[in-house]
Write a protein that binds this ligand. Structure first.
Ligand code: AMP
Ligand code: GLY
Length: 461
């Protein structure tokens, strides 16, 4: 162990992120119900971070995670249920007196889990955190999202929509489009549905793959072609009950596999919060030009939306544009946003479910947070699973949290079970400090083939 680390590390032995039981704030949530049983859906780093935060809530009774990972198992009880098996989830909720279900990933939402629960007299009693299927179309259909933004005057890239019926018009359109040009499969394509074409030939070939060759199946039955926005990206998170909203701390994620933002796209290799270029004046523009009209649009169109809304933004010059909406929290952004959120998360979600967000406020930790994702060798291409993860039970600092993503416990060993394995998150005085802390802890962790980026937050160092 490097000497510099020994001094800094506390003598607490933990296998992963601790999940403290109750904070000291009991009493300020007097109007809320206690011992609320909660079911959280999902199995990534996002869900471990949410489980960690929910476990600390003064309101939390039993916490179940379906299906969870080795990290969530330390915050509650993992249950072997498929987040897409709505009937089984409904039965489980009734059997275990679950009062709130928090939906981590987008797919159950896009497939209508909220509508399924709302249509059943018994399941209606359960507060489901997430939008209706119609609301989830903001992520589930790029064409729906673009048309929504157009209807409500929300700044975004100009676009056209093509399918097989106007395929040749699409080819003609691409022949003279400014370069680069962006092609997006309309539906969910596991993060692979966006192509930034550098030449007309590449763009036309991609349109051919997506439409006549149905590269993404049903998801590319329609294609959105849009103008390339040359800017710098950030992620904004909003909680909304469809009427009122609160803005959570913003974050920036790092999608490319290689240092210096090079190489293939991944699910996300790290994130930081706050985002220094998102100053108060810029965030105010985001609020007035984007968040307000989005929530107003949701309200005007009568869309049921009680959940998280993730707005992917790009800053072009001094102005914000929407790149995409997601109907859930981001991963790995949640692993930094949740660190900076000082609120009792269940109290906030209970206010959201009860439509009393207007009376709530977000409290943000002034410290910075960073997360560095440890991935399996070969990711985002093919990689091996089942590698033993070492170093998780060594001593740690209490301002560093190791969130599990693709892990699984077997015979008291933690094994890798996915591309993204762990998200090592830390607080710091500033972003460089937070990144340094994460990297120091990573020195202790190892598994065969482990890879990570040392330059998360590089533009702010
Ligand atoms: P998505 O799958 O929608 O998250 O898009 C993946 C990535 O493609 C985004 O995070 C952006 O980096 C990039 N992207 C999407 N749309 C545009 C655009 N209109 N201009 C520039 N980059 C874009
Ligand atoms: N980090 C981007 C996402 O969750 O989609």
């Amino acid at each position: 162990m490097p000497a510099i680390l020994t001094a800094a590390i506390e003598s607490v032995s933990l296998r992963s992120v601790g999940c403290p039981n109750r904070p000291s704030q009991i009493g300020i949530y007097a109007s809320n119900s206690y011992d609320m049983n909660v079911l959280l859906l999902g199995s990534g780093g996002r869900e471990h971070a949410l489980a960690w935060k929910i476990r600390q809530s003064a309101l939390c009774g039993a916490l179940y995670i379906a299906p969870g990972n080795a990290g969530t198992a330390q915050c509650g009880t993992n249950v072997d249920l498929d987040p897409l098996d709505f009937s089984a989830l409904g039965r489980f909720c009734l059997e275990q007196s679950v009062r709130m279900m928090v939906v981590g990933p987008e797919e159950p939402l896009v497939r209508g889990i909220v509508d399924f629960f709302a249509a059943d007299a018994a399941l209606q009693q359960i507060a489901v955190i997430g939008p209706s299927a119609r609301g989830a179309q903001l992520e589930g259909s790029k064409a729906f999202a673009k048309a929504f933004m157009q209807r409500h005057g929300i700044p975004t890239a100009d676009y056209r929509e093509f399918d097989l019926s106007n395929y040749s018009a699409g080819v003609e359109y691409l022949k003279t489009h400014a370069l680069p040009v962006v092609l997006k499969a309309d539906g969910l394509a596991a993060g692979k549905g966006v192509v930034i074409a550098q030449s007309h030939l590449e763009a036309i070939a991609e349109l051919e793959l997506m439409l006549p060759y149905a590269k993404f199946g049903e998801a590319s039955r329609k294609v959105v072609v849009e103008e390339y926005l040359d800017g710098i990206e950030l992620s904004l998170f909003v909680v909304t009950d469809g009427n009122d909203y609160l803005i959570l701390p913003e974050a920036k994620d790092y999608k490319r596999i290689g240092e210096g933002d090079t190489g293939l796209n991944t699910g996300g290799m790290g994130a930081v919060s706050p985002v220094p270029f998102a100053d108060a004046a810029f965030l105010e523009k985001v609020r007035t030009r984007i968040v307000e009209p989005t929530i107003q649009g949701i309200r005007q169109e009568g869309i049921e939306y009680r959940g998280f809304l993730f707005i992917g933004l790009t800053k072009v010059g001094d102005d914000p544009y929407v790149i995409e909406y997601n109907c859930r929290m981001g991963d790995p952004e949640t692993e930094v946003v949740i660190l900076r959120l000082q609120n009792d998360l269940l109290a906030l979600l209970q206010d959201l479910a009860a439509g009393r967000l207007a009376a709530s406020q977000v409290h943000t930790d002034p410290r910075a947070a960073a997360t560095v994702v440890l991935v399996s060798g070969g990711y985002p291409g093919p990689y091996e699973k089942g590698m033993e993860v070492d170093g998780l039970d060594i001593l740690r600092e209490d301002d560093v949290l190791v969130f599990h993503a693709g892990t699984q416990e077997q015979e008291q060993k933690i094994l890798t079970s996915g591309g993204r394995v762990l998200a090592v998150s830390a607080y710091g005085e500033d972003i460089p400090g937070a990144v340094r802390r994460s990297l120091r802890i990573i020195d202790f962790i190892g598994f065969d083939g482990m890879y990570f980026r040392r330059d998360i937050g590089h533009e702010f160092l």
